[in-house]
Design a protein around this ligand. Structure first.
Ligand code: TTP
Ligand code: MG
Length: 369
């Protein structure tokens, strides 16, 4: 069972502005469009927690943010400080933060300027994982004077939801056996992918909490919401088999090709060749330390050098040589009949490649090797 952490910076753009301009300390801040005295266009990118108390937050039209700030002023509270974003600066801070994270964690999948999934599977247990989270959190605070929150769970989905629970500067961990009871009381909007529109259509079915989704069968959710209904059925149960994809994994592929002594369209020759190629690709893939792949690509070159590639990508990782062989043959067969080869041209070369690879991380007594 993997242990995945999700790290998300607190009020990221606004916290950087507050840090860099000491006179702003403690004041409500909105980073985004210029309100232009209430006539401005555009939206709030983010707001610090003091401004959120006024109802100001991401995606709020700037005219409304201005109004909320004016209302606060009338109540005798500090008005909101509106700042236009400095994206270059935020990018640089982001690089520094994830450099700190990478010192502690080998497998890091950064998904936005301020968040990443971290592979904590080398931790012996949840307490160990919490200690590591605390260490990363404190080091970011010490070196960059910024706070972040982390969620630790057996899946990306639950880790992401958990990182939001104790913001700012919080850590929330969810054990495997507690996933369902953790999700049950949360409002449906806590599930990534449920926006205001989906939330509204779910409200019509009296679905308000994640636990309410579980009262519906997969079929009835599909009937009401289409394919998304099936995803929702899984998400409400914390089911999510996505693994951490580092840049290295995404970029890597393992491939082999074979040029025939004589161009051919003979079934036996092609089947033997594809099986040998599968064997070779699979051995290399294993030797490079990979454990799973999600994409299979085939290349076919005909005797006139016309070349085609066809690929397929699946959601759930494939791991076995048999699966690779099955997919490779599935991709090759159309080239042997009219579908992809109406003129019955002979084949000169066959190639096969696997992509979207995941690597097994090697551990020794809880230490990353
Ligand atoms: P978030 O992590 O969603 O928000 P946040 O870090 O400001 O606050 P939280 O403590 O709730 O995590 O987004 C990260 C940054 O991305 C945010 O600081 C500004 C930017 N952003 C936008 O520009 N527009 C948006 O709609 C959102 C949601 C974020
Ligand atoms: Mg954030």
């Amino acid at each position: 069972m993997p242990i995945i952490a999700h790290l998300d910076m607190d009020a990221f753009f606004a916290s950087i502005e507050e840090r860099d301009k000491p006179y702003l300390k403690g004041l409500p801040i909105s980073v985004g469009s210029d309100p232009d005295g209430g006539k401005g266009r555009g939206v709030v990118a983010t707001a610090n927690y003091a401004a959120r108390k006024y109802g100001i937050g991401s995606a709020l039209p700037i005219t409304r943010a201005w109004k909320f700030s004016e209302d606060a002023k009338r109540r005798g509270e500090p008005e909101c400080i509106f700042i236009t974003p400095h994206h270059g600066k935020y990018g640089k801070v982001s690089s520094k933060i994830f450099a700190i994270v990478r010192k502690h964690v080998k497998s890091v999948e950064q998904v936005s300027v301020d968040e990443a999934y971290l592979d904590f599977s080398h931790c012996r247990n949840m307490r160990d994982a919490e200690r590591l989270a605390k260490k990363i959190q404190s080091e970011i605070k010490k070196q960059e004077n910024l706070t972040c929150s982390l969620g630790i769970a057996p899946s990306k989905l639950v880790a992401k939801i958990a990182s939001d629970i104790k913001k700012p500067y919080g850590i929330t961990s969810v054990n495997k056996e507690d996933v369902e009871s953790f999700l049950e009381p949360l409002p449906i909007r806590a599930i990534p992918g449920i926006g205001p529109k989906t939330a509204q259509s779910l409200m019509r079915l009296s679905i308000r909490k994640v636990g309410d989704i579980r009262k519906f069968s997969r079929e009835s959710l599909i009937k009401r919401l289409g394919k998304w209904g099936s995803d929702l059925y899984d998400r409400a149960r914390g089911i999510d088999s996505r693994t951490i994809q580092t840049k290295k994994d995404v970029a890597k592929s393992v491939g082999v090709h074979d040029t025939f002594m004589e161009d051919t369209l003979a079934l036996r020759t092609l089947m033997k060749s594809i099986k040998d190629i599968v064997d070779e690709v699979y051995s290399r893939f294993k030797a490079d330390g990979f454990v799973s792949f999600r994409t299979v690509v085939i290349t076919v070159r005909f005797s006139d050098f016309e070349t085609f590639t066809r690929s397929l990508t699946v959601k759930v990782e494939m791991e076995t040589e048999r699966e690779l062989e099955r997919q490779a043959i599935k991709l090759l067969l159309p080239f042997m009949d009219r579908q992809e080869n109406p003129h019955k041209k002979n084949i000169r070369m066959l190639g096969l490649r696997v992509e979207k690879l995941s690597q097994q991380i090697k551990y020794h007594q809880g230490v990353l090797l």
